[in-house]
Design a protein around this ligand. Structure first.
Ligand SMILES: [Zn+2]
Length: 474
């Protein structure tokens, strides 16, 4: 009898204990505070400008120091060598061969005034929509006319502010103002355009990199003052569409001036992005901050200038670091890609990844995967189709028009000057097979876009795209 009473007493205490545990469990599983996310994209920024210098003057001292204290993914590849397809990949975690967005201009020869252009397909969920559907406030600050709302890039944003081609200082001011009105958790995307041609940094930033420059002739000064014309002429000649150049080729001294001015734009972006980050962190130290670029820029390394026309490392090797509050710094030199950003954000924010995403989360350990990039289009000025695969140290570039391939060892030959395609047949075959498999995988993917979504563009947008150097001459 006594023992039964004791047992009963224990049972009551046991039930009370269970109730306390249940209460504690409920309070622990109450809605988790999700962190806000700030994504900063500096257009046209080469990876080597985050950490590099010119004559000992660093291009981005503030952000490179920040990268050191963050998760720095030093070997990140962009999925395309120009803005639109690259940003669609970043926003959807899909390869270009799956989402199908490319240059997409179609000259309508019957009606000269009409032009159609690829847009971010409405059937795809973009990063902003993903966050919005998980209860985030979403806002975008935009400067690139390839990424306008009319082309689908405002989808999922509560507010999408198109500022046009304004300097980094204006973008940061606006981003700080917009962020102050957002309710956490929020997703804020800020896109700066300063390192994009034309290269005209504020005078103080330009002066920083002028050391060692040779004085130019009046004629070359004149060419640099009208760099857009030089650019178009050079590219048309590079693409074989203009047999005789109309503007003289630039001397090495003049090319150095161009590179120095690009350096000035990087340094200006460094100061302004650092100011923006300090402001955001000052308000909420738990914010996750990612910094990257949509593609790089080439300066005659392989004959061309600007971007989009090739897939060499100067174009597809981009900076990427993610500042995760409370996490230890990490220098990661495994291959990463822009399509990995969305799965990474999802994991950091405790959100379930979509099964169909083609990127992987960069949060934990991962295996070395091949990385892919592509560029192409079918407008009059941009008729080329290039695709690349990188597997470890080796990279193959496939030229769909010339039906040719080139292979490089990025460790022994980082400047990609020594083509191994003929001498390393087995390696070349293996890389070609990987690229072919990638193409088939994309075509079998549940989100494969078999038909393009196109939108017509007005004269104003057409002019702005021409200013960016995308459409060349009529
Ligand atoms: Zn771009």
């Amino acid at each position: 009898m006594k023992s039964r009473l004791i047992n009963k007493a224990w049972l009551v205490w046991g039930q009370r204990l269970m109730a306390i545990v249940a209460l504690l469990t409920v309070s622990c599983s109450a809605p988790v505070e999700r962190p806000s996310v700030l994504l900063i994209v500096v257009d046209t920024l080469r990876a080597d400008h985050l950490t590099g210098n010119r004559n000992g003057v660093p291009f981005m001292p503030k952000l490179s120091a920040m990268a050191e204290d963050s998760w720095h993914f030093a070997e990140t590849t962009s999925q395309a060598s120009w803005t639109k397809p690259s940003m669609v990949s970043l926003f959807t975690s899909l390869y270009t061969g799956t989402h199908g967005v490319e240059f997409g201009t179609r000259k309508q020869f019957l009606d000269d005034s009409s032009l159609e252009i690829d847009m971010l397909p409405k059937s795809l969920e973009s990063m902003a929509r993903f966050f919005k559907d998980h209860g985030y406030d979403t806002a975008g600050i935009q400067t690139n006319h390839q990424l306008v709302e009319d082309f689908g890039f405002g989808e999922g944003f509560d507010a999408y502010h198109m500022l046009g081609d304004v300097p980094a200082s204006v973008v940061s001011d606006e981003a700080i103002k917009v962020a102050a009105k957002l309710t956490p958790p929020y997703f804020l995307y800020v896109h700066l355009l300063d390192p994009h041609a034309s290269y005209e940094p504020p005078e103080t930033y330009r002066a920083l990199f002028e050391d060692g420059l040779t004085a130019l002739s009046e004629e070359e000064e004149e060419i640099l003052a009208n760099y857009g014309e030089y650019y178009d002429d050079h590219i048309l000649h590079y693409l074989g569409r203009r047999e005789v150049r109309q503007i003289a080729t630039l001397s090495e001294a003049a090319r150095e001036v161009v590179r120095a001015r690009y350096g000035g734009e990087s340094r200006f972006s460094d100061d302004e992005v650092a100011r923006l980050i300090a402001e955001i962190r000052g308000k909420d130290e738990e914010t996750i901050i990612a910094f990257t670029s949509d593609h790089g820029e080439e300066f005659w390394e392989h004959g061309a200038v600007g971007h989009s026309k090739s897939l060499y490392q100067e174009l597809i090797h981009v900076p990427l670091f993610i500042s995760v509050p409370g996490a230890a710094p990490r220098h990661d030199s495994q291959p990463a890609q822009l399509i990995d950003l969305l799965p990474t954000f999802a994991e950091l924010c405790g959100l379930k990844a979509r099964r169909y995403w083609q990127g992987v989360s960069l949060v934990g350990e991962r295996v070395d995967l091949p990385v892919f990039s592509a560029t192409g289009g079918s407008s009059r000025e941009h008729d080329f189709r290039l695709r690349t695969v990188r597997l470890g140290r080796y990279k193959l570039i496939h030229d769909g028009n010339k039906k040719s391939v080139s292979v490089y060892d990025l460790v022994a030959d980082p400047e990609e000057t020594h083509d191994l395609a003929k001498s390393e047949e087995a390696l070349t075959r293996m890389l070609q097979e990987a690229l072919q498999k990638h193409k088939l995988d994309n075509e079998k993917h549940p989100k494969f876009q078999a038909t393009k979504e196109l939108t017509s563009i007005d004269e104003d947008t057409l002019e702005r795209l021409k200013d960016l150097g995308y459409l060349g001459e009529d």
